[in-house]
Structure formats: C-alpha cells, structure tokens
Design a protein around this ligand. Structure first.
Ligand SMILES: *[C@@H]1O[C@H](CO)[C@@H](O)[C@H](O)[C@H]1NC(C)=O
Ligand SMILES: *[C@@H]1O[C@H](CO)[C@@H](O)[C@H](O)[C@H]1NC(C)=O
Ligand SMILES: [Zn+2]
Length: 510
C-alpha cells in the first residue's frame, strides 16, 4: 500500500473510531487495566528479584551473573507459554587481560497464527556498573521504593521495560484472553558494552526474523513527564587524533622552547573543530545533512520540553540555543561535535613539568541522516591534515575512526506508530509527543539493515530516571502504566493490522 493510500485509510479509520462508541474492546481493555492494577505488587516483586541479579556486562567477575540473568529471563518467558532458546554466540571477549565468554541471546516465540501480525520485542537484561560507594543512597541491587519511585540498577534500563512487556502478556494469559498478536522476543545481555555477538546471531538466525512484521524496542525514555514515541536517533563517528613527537616524555626545563610539542599541536587541532556556537568548522561537513521538512519542524512546537528544568537538572546557566525548537533541532536534526579527552596527557593533581611525547585526542560527531560515514571520515582527516600542515611541525599525525555507527530514522506515519498513539491515548488520555533521541542506538539501525523490518521505539521510562547514573529508578506509575500501554498496544496493533489487511485485499480486487 502506498503512503498516500495508507494516510487516507488512517483518516477513514479515525472517523470510524469516533462513530462507534464503547465497544467490546473497551470493555476488555478495562478488565485488563483492572487486573494490572490489582497485581501491581506482584509485578514489583518480580522486578525486585531481577534487580537483585548483578548482571553488569562490563565486569568480567560478574559475567556468570549475566548468564544467570539470561536463564531467569528465559524461564520467565517460557512460563508465558513461549518457546525460548538461549543461543550461544560461541565467542569470547578480552576484558582486563582475561578471555571471558559472551552470554547467550534469548530468542523466543509465542503463537504462530497466520491471521495475526507478528511483533518482536527487543530489550536487554544486563546493566551498567553500580556500587553503593559511587554515591547511591540505597543499595543498587536491592529494589527500594521511595516516594513512588522504584530505585535500583536496571530499574529503567532495561529490566523494568522488559518485565512490563512480559507482565502485559501475562495479564492476557491470566484473563484467559487470546493474545491478538504473535509474539517474538529477542533479549540480550551485552547491550551496555556494545551488544557483542548479537549481530552475528541476527544474521545467522535470519529465519527467526522472516515472519516478523514489527520490531518494538523499549530501551530509552521520554523527554518530559509526557509519554513519547521515538522515530529516530543520531549516529556516532568517533575519532582518535594521535600526535607523536619525541621518543619519550621530556622535561620542560631541558627541552621546553627547542622542541615542537605534541600537546600544542593537538590542542590547535582540537581547537579547529568547532566554534563557540557549536558550529562544526570542518569544511563540507553539513553538505549531506537532510533538509528539514516543514512538517517535522511544526511537530517541535508542541513537544513538551522545559528548557529551565533541563538547565537546572544539569546545572548550567544557559544552553547554546535560546529557543526550545532550536535546541531540539540541534539535538536531533543537526550533527554535533564533542571533545572527550586526551590520552597520554599529564592528568591529575600536582605540577609535573612534563612534555608528553605522544598524545591522542578523542572527539566524536553525532551524525544525522543523510550524512555519509566514509565522507565524514575523509573530510575530518583532510581538515586535520590541513590545519596540521600550517604548523610546520615535524611530529607525526595519525587520524583514525574506531567507531562508525549510523543514524536511524523511520516514518512515524507507519501503522505500528498509529497503534502506539492509540494505546497511549487509551492509557494516558493524551496524544504522545513524537520525538527523536540525540544519542545512538546502534541496534535500531542493525535491525533495520539486517532484517528490513518495520521498527519502533516505544519507551516507558521517565526523563529523570537516571539511567547509567546513581540512584537509577523507574516510577511505580511508569512501570504499571507502561505494562498497560504494552497490553493496549497489542490490541490496537492487531486491530489496525487486520483492517489494513482487509483494506489492501479490497484494493487488490478492485
Ligand atoms: C554456537 O554453537 C551451537 C552448538 O553447536 C549452535 O547451535 C549455535 O548456533 C552456535 N551459535 C552461532 C552464533 O553460530
Ligand atoms: C559515501 O562517500 C564515499 C566517499 O566519499 C563515496 O564513495 C560513496 O559513494 C558515498 N556513498 C553514498 C551512499 O553516497
Ligand atoms: Zn539500555
């Protein structure tokens, strides 16, 4: 079906919805919501058990806990009636001089009715590191409820959302309701360290994806207290700029003034990248940036995003842009360049008078559609070489790009988004904000490229959940309403998908 015909179809559908009034579906939804409210303490208890597992994928000592967590998730999903398999990537990784096995990836499916759409849920059950002495108020691995917030590492990223999806299926089971969609799950335990092994498994198990209609990723958050759907994320091109001077570090009293210093070269190079207004100074870097459509820009006016609140949250006096729309555009639709650090520099307190022999500057560009990674790499290298050449330095410059992750964007008019908008309206009584994520979610692009399926990000976490930070939490309300949101989404998706199917059969006959 073409986009135009589909838009017309959607408009017809909305007229239909207004005319029909309370339906058996509304009654079912109410029973589902009541059951979720009734059992919310059970859902919180399961979350507590999951948060107690220290599944930190960055720590080689805790790899066993990640693997144990994958087993717990597999068991829970099997209990829903699904067929689950833990697929081993048969790979190891080197962390801190040790070979550590990669954990398995969970692939599961529930139902295979050809009349129903098949929706695949992606989430992860590994977590970022957390220690009480990092400044947590409560023990990070003991779920603690304070003022309606469920604190603990992984509460929002991503064990809470994974369980909310499971709870939603479980509720339909409890009510002895037919699940209106075929369901697949892909749950991993390496997300926080770059999803090692996942792409290999996605490629090898492509038959798992062949009958999937929609993939839903729930692994990020809203940008305010208002529910939001995400339809794009920026990519990331990470650069190392190495300048090598002398064979070893030198004393500035003995060699200062007579050598070309690597650090001075590097500072000049880094200073040539971006101006104080955030504009990237690399020639041609904006050439391929997709032109902003009127339609998208208009969306931004309505998005709930409180500049003052954001500034207070991070403790800055002002942002680079003065309006909300400009700020959001720079976060989502334009590339940005950030300087992250210098390896090999003298670091820490004290007054060491060293001239470092070799330094590596690190910066990255968050890119947007339709920037071309290899073109970005060429332009960056050429620019740095030009700046360096003007310095007449005998030192050696090397530019490399160790990470090149592509941006992801999709059409928010697709059916799965419409189903999610309707589900949000049913649970929260509002129209969700349509937003993007300024950070990089490589899995979205991987799914899009490898599986060619329709993808959506449907977050349930709040903007103040503190993922990756101390005192991470998900509010009880987000967790429970999020469970309702997923259940409502199954119903809406099934209904829209079937109507679309009928409608396109009709069109094909005519
Ligand atoms: C790892 O080995 C097992 C057992 O031979 C196999 O079933 C599985 O498909 C392998 N995984 C990958 C990613 O090749
Ligand atoms: C990306 O840039 C490279 C090098 O500049 C060029 O060879 C390639 O054709 C470009 N790809 C696209 C899709 O434009
Ligand atoms: Zn996550």
């Amino acid at each position: 079906m073409s986009t135009e015909i589909f838009t017309i179809f959607m408009i017809m559908m909305s007229f239909g919805a207004e005319a029909s009034g309370p339906s058996p579906a509304t009654d079912l939804l109410n029973r589902i919501f009541q059951n979720i409210d009734l059992r919310q303490n059970d859902f919180v208890q399961t979350l507590k058990e999951w948060l107690a597992v220290q599944s930190d994928s960055s720590d080689p000592q805790l790899r066993g806990e990640v693997i144990r967590m994958m087993g717990i998730a597999a068991k829970r999903i099997q209990d829903l009636g699904a067929t689950a398999q833990l697929v081993n990537p048969n790979m190891t990784e080197m962390i801190g001089g040790r070979q550590v096995p990669l954990p398995p990836v969970l692939l599961a499916n529930l139902g295979d009715d050809p009349k129903k759409p098949t929706v695949c849920f992606y989430g992860h059950v590994d977590v970022q590191p957390a220690k009480k002495e990092d400044g947590w108020t409560t023990d990070p691995y003991t779920l603690t409820e304070i003022n309606g917030n469920l604190h603990g590492r992984g509460a929002s990223d991503d064990k809470g959302p994974v369980l909310a999806w499971i709870n939603a299926v479980d509720t339909l089971n409890t009510l002895k309701q037919d699940i209106p969609v075929n369901m697949k799950f892909i749950i991993e335990g390496m997300e926080e360290t770059g999803s090692g092994g996942l792409e290999e498994i996605i490629k090898k198990y492509n038959h798992f994806f062949s009958d999937i209609d929609y993939i839903v990723i729930s692994d990020n958050s809203w940008i305010s207290r208002k529910p939001a759907l995400i339809y794009g994320s920026r990519g990331n091109a990470y650069f190392f700029v190495e300048v090598k001077g002398s064979e070893r570090d030198l004393h500035s009293g003995s060699f200062g003034g007579i050598t070309h210093e690597a650090m001075s070269d590097l500072i000049a190079l880094l200073d040539s990248l971006v101006d104080p207004s955030g504009r990237i100074l690399i020639p041609g870097i904006y050439d391929d940036v997709a032109t902003l459509t009127e339609e998208e820009q208009q969306l931004y006016d309505k998005i709930e995003f409180d500049m003052e609140e954001q500034k207070n949250k991070i403790g800055v006096k002002k942002f680079v842009q003065s309006t909300k729309v400009e700020t959001l555009l720079h976060l989502w639709c334009y590339p940005s360049l950030s300087i992250h650090g210098i390896e090999g520099a003298f670091y820490g307190p004290g007054t060491k008078t060293v001239i470092p022999s070799k330094v590596i500057g690190k910066f990255s560009i968050r890119q947007v559609p339709n920037m071309n990674l290899s073109a970005v790499k060429e332009k960056v290298s050429k620019h740095l070489e030009n700046v360096f050449a003007k310095r007449n330095s005998p030192n050696k410059l090397t530019v490399t790009m160790p990470i090149g992750a592509l941006p992801w964007v999709t059409d928010a008019k697709e059916l799965q988004y419409e189903a999610a908008r309707r589900a949000v309206a049913k649970v929260f009584g509002i129209v969700p904000d349509m937003i993007k994520d300024g950070s990089t979610i490589p899995i979205a692009k991987t799914f899009q490229t490898v599986t060619q399926k329709k993808i959506m990000m449907l977050p349930i976490g709040g903007s103040d959940d503190g993922e990756h930070s101390q005192n991470e939490k998900i509010s009880r309300d987000n967790y429970i309403q999020g469970t309702k949101l997923f259940a409502a989404f199954f119903l809406e998706l099934a209904e829209l998908h079937q109507k679309k199917q009928k409608y396109s059969n009709q069109i094909n006959k005519d």
